[in-house]
Design a protein around this ligand. Structure first.
Ligand SMILES: Cc1cc2nc3c(=O)[nH]c(=O)nc-3n(C[C@H](O)[C@H](O)[C@H](O)COP(=O)(O)OP(=O)(O)OC[C@H]3O[C@@H](n4cnc5c(N)ncnc54)[C@H](O)[C@@H]3O)c2cc1C
Length: 205
């Protein structure tokens, strides 16, 4: 736990500044988001080391891809404002998505020769797409950015003046994604049990 705590307190950006080698100084913040804690980068390195990191393939469920085919997802950090202003010119917006898609496929083809010839369809989603589908601020997809400051942040789940109103989900449980959204609901039930002086009991289905 002490080791985890040590590496979650420094951002990738701040850690990179310690390198005297200019290549490492520049490269580290490009691997993950520079604001993320170093811990997330170390976890990635550990996965790479044990050869368990990679691109997610979605053929484990027949509703994602028909037999013999798969869906491959590649995610790149991007700037909401850039895409938002581009969106005002639909032709340029579409062309930029196409350009990036071509680049990603050609890079993957270098790593997996022949792959590009097997690509049957592509779909590019930008932060503007995420915003359109989720309504989340600036196309955020996992709530608050995880930084050394927000990693362990506790947020109020009530609003003053509104009795019996509680919030759960990614915006009140920093950490990002589905697991925190789920345990946010669990945490709230625990809080309500305490308030009602009832025992908080969990079971495994
Ligand atoms: C493209 C994408 C990929 C993702 N991939 C992953 C992943 O691989 N792993 C992972 O852990 N997480 C992933 N996430 C994040 C994860 O989906 C979210 O963190 C999680 O769904 C948040 O849950 P939530 O309950 O807080 O919010 P939501 O799931 O957004 O639920 C909020 C609900 O409230 C409803 N709502 C909003 N306003 C109102 C209103 N005024 N009245 C009534 N209802 C309203 C909405 O319709 C919605 O159903 C991904 C997200 C996106 C967009």
């Amino acid at each position: 736990m002490a080791v985890l705590n040590k590496w979650r307190k420094i951002s990738i950006q701040d850690f990179s500044a310690r390198f005297s080698n200019p290549l490492l100084r520049e490269a580290f913040p490009l691997i993950w988001l520079p604001e993320f804690p170093m811990l997330s980068l170390l976890m990635t390195f550990a996965w790479l080391h044990t050869e368990s990191a990679g691109y997610p393939f979605y053929n484990f469920d027949p509703t994602f891809a028909e037999a013999g085919k798969t869906v491959l997802k590649v995610m790149l950090p991007s700037d909401y404002n850039y895409w938002q202003s581009l969106r005002e010119d639909p032709e340029r917006y579409r062309a930029e998505k196409e350009k990036i898609s071509d680049k990603v496929v050609s890079l993957l083809d270098k790593r997996f020769p022949g792959m590009s010839a097997q690509v049957e369809m592509r779909d590019v989603a930008t932060p503007v797409t995420f915003h359109r589908y989720t309504g989340n601020l600036q196309g955020n997809f996992e709530g608050w950015m995880i930084t050394p400051e927000t990693w362990n942040m506790r947020m109020n789940k009530t609003l003053s003046g509104l009795d019996n109103f509680y919030m759960i989900g990614q915006w009140v449980e920093p950490g990002g994604g589905l697991p925190p959204a789920a345990y946010s609901g669990r945490n709230l039930i625990q809080i309500l049990c305490k308030k009602d002086k009832k025992p908080f009991v969990t079971t495994i289905p």
